[in-house]
Design a protein around this ligand. Sequence first.
Ligand SMILES: Cc1ncc(COP(=O)(O)O)c(C=O)c1O
Length: 397
Amino acid sequence: MQINENIGEVRVSGTIRLAQRARDLAAQGKDVIDLTEGQPHYNTPRHITEAAYQGALAGQTGYTAVAGKPHLRNLIANHINHQNGTDYRIENIVVGCGGKQLIFNALMVSLERGDEVIIPAPYWVSYPEIVKIAHGLPVVVQCLPASGFKITANQLNAAITGKTRWLILNSPGNPTGAVYTKSELEEIATVLRQHPQVSVLSDDIYEVIVYEGAEFTSLTKVAPDLIPRILTISGLSKSYAMTGWRLGYCAGEANFIKQMVKLQGQSTTNASTLSQVGAIAAFEGSQEFLSEWLNDYTGARDLVCKKLSQSDALEVHQPEGAFYLFVGCKKLFGYGDIVNDQDVCNYLLEKALVAVIPGSEFGCQGYFRLCFAKPVEMLDKATDNLIQSVNDLCKRQ
Ligand SMILES: Cc1ncc(COP(=O)(O)O)c(C=O)c1O
């Protein structure tokens, strides 16, 4: 069967590929610690699962409106308005099968062939691939550790052309945990005001996972005049440990949302009805567990940072949000057969039996990413193994 050129060029997600390798090794009886996939190790809170279960028993098993249940969309609008200073109503909200689908839909309904999308690197693996699927051109801007892996106003200004349609901003960010400050967003807004052809896709999926000292700030709050050009994406996957429920949402200008709903109506239709019932319970129920989880993530972050800092060969950048550590490993190049971060990750998988993802998958060679949303004992063992293997490698020459 024919496969078109466009999809032929799209890469399989590196995260999915490495997670599969780790599973394959585990199936061979190896005691692999998998720190690849970005998902909390918690179960979804019981009251959410219970609500979906009761919903199923009560017959909430049919279609809903394509854009989602009105009650859920109202709850989402209230949540976003409260947090981001917007004034959204139900027509500004669409619910979909995860944040990923909504990013896909947004780019599919907006990009013309050859339109450019600015993606600050390191980036979440799917952004450039979705842009390519939508016939756009990813314009990757390398962001340096010195600027906290964040795009600066000058970099943005230099990257914008007449063909630029979107800037993708992800704060807290995957894979670095970078959180944009109010003043950084103000500077970005100043640049955007000079370029009315550029919209912003603000991926806020890690909005609740922010550590002490940092603060989540949305561009909408900093620059209310730009609200008509900002599309907010978020979801319940990360914050409520609901990755498998496939429930995300998007907020933006009503006509744009209408087009996204039209596309969704011709593909998946509504997000799973039972997932929507669960999401209603998530928004309406107690939020107390979120601060307990954040305490756990803080402990996990401090542990992995401290342990991996023991090696001079690794460069640890403490994340301000999300649950990933992006570790510099360039100093390992030249040892044994290692020439790049892919080799480092292969070595660590074989020797330390710890699966992590090369930075090059995120558009940034010389790093690896690990997810620390895991039990402490697992992280303790993984970091011991990692340090031991790195030390063994460095002793070899
Ligand atoms: C930055 C970012 N955005 C969006 C998503 C999509 O999440 P989901 O489709 O599960 O809502 C992810 C998942 O890893 C992510 O890391």
